[in-house]
Design a protein around this ligand. Structure first.
Ligand code: ADP
Ligand code: MG
Length: 675
């Protein structure tokens, strides 16, 4: 067996599972070994029955006191029995496992692990796993890996496949030079891989994890360093000086720019009028008004006789920016086009020609605008929105479309300035640290599901007042199909619960671009009152008439993501509301959501998130899904980030940058974006 053998050559992995593995991006054995668990499950020490807490998943050692009872309820079968220890009694319930009545017998003692609830007056454990005491003791010592899954694959089956090829880890070459490994006290990568999958010892596991995080930062920074080499101190070919048009455009806007927006616009215009090419990051919390800053930059550029490109992470967002910028800029003679993956071939060809001939001044689109076929005649400014959704490579590719154009990147990620300087080391930074004055702070609440009827009533009231609402359905699990079913099912239920006059539609990532675009357009045109959606609407969407954001199963999201989602409301002058619906009876989950209730400030929330999670608490935390940093987190691992930066500088000093980047195991896929 070799690393580049396909997974179906592993014993026990058939054609069918290979297809499923492929869905997860796992083609060969190397991919499999580098597919790390998302989280880990720990089997905790059993407690007494009287110590069980409702809403938690816990383990208890108890003796079965009744013969299992078996019933059918609609399409379910229920198997129930009672168990006791010296402190109390507990009801055990299993769904669709009728054979258990032949396995479980009165008088047997097991360790039961399951979710604790109170049904009527009866303490109940739902769908418990159960183990013989000595088997459980063995489990207790080891963290169990939980992998990102697709329907049909279990963590157990992935773990088994990994186990089967684990010795091949030693064939994976070490990507970092020995001196770096020694100096920063890092574990060898091959050892780290083994421990990531099977963390037998917690201390060693922490070291393994640190190594993986170090590499994520290191290779990101190394690539950026390389990018910088080609970019620094480049003479400005496109001197842009259009202050008159800028001022008249700004005074024609229906609102006054905030001081922070003005300052940022000035910094950009100074850069573009200066001797060197601009490389600037604009950082501003959701709703701080970054789009208009981009619009002004485009206008001055085009009026100086040049072309511009605006790259955004999703088609929905591209469509929205296109509509907006067209309205704003066309009166000034700016010719705007939209180019996405789903643009019809014929139209694409016309846009390619238009860009090459400079019949188009501004193109807005997804990564479609960095395809090889796209050529510009006089590209002077490239802007990426929601920068954190792109890799360094995309940014690089976009600027290569021209001859050293000005580069502007926009981000809503609230990163402290010192860390931003490391992460975006090749960029100057402008911060929009102020929201438009007309904004009322969003009113928030974190509530349990029993509040749902009241929330529906509230949405109905807001809709009657002419406003609109979003309802976000969280993923049920990592599984795409389930997510779609979930959104559609939820929409149907919601239609039954709200008056028929309320127009409800849904949106999810699996819809075609035209469908998505049409739903969004109808939502902007107020033909839809309530939009039920997955997180596809998370980035950038702007409909100031929306005043309610209701997030189901809010406990499943990270705080930063919830803050982004909430940023979809409170964008106009009406009072807006955000309802965090907690699907789990858990003190801990509620405490976490309370951070968002207490604050609308992205920086504060990111810091609290860090504090609540604590540096050691990695287990079971859901990762952000950031394509670049799968485990690494700028807040949690600021120290590792600093070390990685030092290491990159050292490697560079020794002239080994190129060589080390080439040894990055994740290769090209590392910088691909997920659209
Ligand atoms: P983000 O920074 O999240 O990208 P947007 O650029 O989408 O924010 O702006 C959010 C909303 O605020 C938009 O509807 C925009 O028209 C509006 N807006 C931007 N600047 C101002 C301002 N200075 N005063 C009032 N409204 C503004
Ligand atoms: Mg935006």
């Amino acid at each position: 067996m070799q690393l580049d053998h396909t997974v179906n050559q592993i014993k026990g992995v058939g054609e069918k599972s290979s297809t499923l593995f492929r869905k997860l991006g796992i083609e060969n054995i190397r991919d499999l070994l580098l597919y790390f668990p998302n989280s880990y499950k720990r089997y905790e020490a059993p407690v007494f029955i009287e110590e069980l807490e409702v809403g938690r998943r816990m383990a208890v050692k108890a003796q079965i006191t009744s013969k299992p009872d078996f019933r059918r309820v609609r399409s379910l079968t229920l198997t129930t029995c009672f168990a006791k220890d010296v402190t109390g009694a507990l009801k055990l319930v299993w769904f669709n496992m009728p054979y258990l009545r032949n396995t479980l017998h009165t008088g047997q003692t097991y360790v039961f692990v399951g979710d604790i609830s109170m049904k009527g007056n009866t303490l109940t454990m739902e769908h418990p796993e159960f183990y013989k005491e000595e088997d459980y003791k063995a489990l207790e010592k080891v963290l169990q890996p939980i992998y990102g899954l697709t329907k049909g694959l279990t963590s157990k089956s992935i773990g088994k496949a990994v186990r089967a090829v684990l010795p091949l880890v030693d064939d994976i070459p070490e990507p970092l030079p020995d001196e770096i490994i020694e100096k920063y006290d890092l574990m060898y990568y091959s050892d780290a891989i083994k421990l990531m999958h099977f963390p037998e010892d917690e201390e060693l596991f922490m070291k393994a994890r640190k190594r993986v995080i170090f590499d994520e930062f290191f290779f990101y920074l190394a690539r950026m360093e390389k990018l910088k080499e080609g970019q620094l101190q480049v003479t400005n070919h496109y001197v842009i000086n259009e202050n008159d048009i800028k001022d008249s455009f700004i005074s024609s806007l229906p609102y006054k720019l905030t001081a922070a927006q003005k300052r940022t616009v000035d910094e950009i215009c100074e850069d573009m009028a200066g001797d060197l090419v601009m490389n600037r990051l604009v950082q501003g919390d959701v709703g701080s008004g970054k789009t208009i800053v981009a619009a002004i930059s485009f206008l001055v550029c085009v009026k100086s006789g040049f072309q511009c490109a605006y790259m955004v992470p999703t088609e929905v967002l591209a469509g929205q920016h296109f509509e907006k910028l067209k309205k704003l800029l066309e009166p000034y003679g700016v010719r705007v086009s939209l180019l996405c993956g789903s643009t019809p071939a014929k139209e694409k060809r016309m846009i390619y020609e238009g860009l090459k001939a400079h019949d188009i001044d501004l193109v807005i689109g997804t990564h479609a605008i960095i395809q090889d076929k796209v050529e510009f005649k006089e590209l002077a400014l490239v802007v990426t929105d929601e920068q954190h959704r792109f890799g360094v490579k995309q940014r690089e590719k976009l600027s290569k479309k021209g001859d050293m154009p000005h580069v502007l990147v926009m981000s809503a990620t609230p990163i402290p300035r010192t860390l931003a300087i490391i992460l975006y080391g090749d960029l100057d930074i402008s911060v929009i640290d102020e929201l438009p004055a007309n904004r009322l702070p969003i009113k928030n609440c974190a509530v349990g599901v029993n509040y749902r009827p009241a929330a529906y009533k509230f949405i109905t009231k807001e809709v009657a007042a002419g406003h609109q609402a979003y309802v976000i359905c969280a993923m049920v699990d990592e599984n795409d199909t389930l997510e779609v079913e979930n959104v559609i099912g939820y929409t149907e239920t919601l239609k039954e619960k709200l008056p028929p006059s309320v127009r409800i539609e849904y949106l999810h990532g699996k819809m075609s671009s035209e469908e998505k675009q049409s739903i969004m357009n109808r939502y902007y045109n107020r033909e839809i009152d309530v939009l039920v959606s997955t997180t596809v609407i998370e980035v950038g969407i702007d409909n100031p008439n929306s005043t309610v954001m209701m997030i189901e199963n809010a406990e499943r999201f990270g705080l930063a993501q919830l803050h982004q989602l909430r940023g979809r409301v409170g964008r106009g002058d009406a009072q807006s509301y955000c309802v965090f619906m907690c699907g789990k009876e858990s003190r801990e989950a509620m405490d976490r959501l309370q951070v968002l209730v207490d604050s609308n400030d992205g920086f504060f929330i990111a810091n609290e998130d860090l504090r609540l999670r604590g540096p050691g608490d990695f287990f079971g935390y859901r990762q952000s899904g950031d394509p670049y940093f799968k485990l690494a987190d700028v807040y949690n691992h600021a120290d590792v980030l600093r070390n990685a930066k030092r290491a990159v500088d050292e490697v560079k000093k020794r002239g080994m940058l190129e060589e080390v980047i080439a040894s990055d195991l994740r290769g090209g896929s590392y910088t691909d974006i997920n659209l």
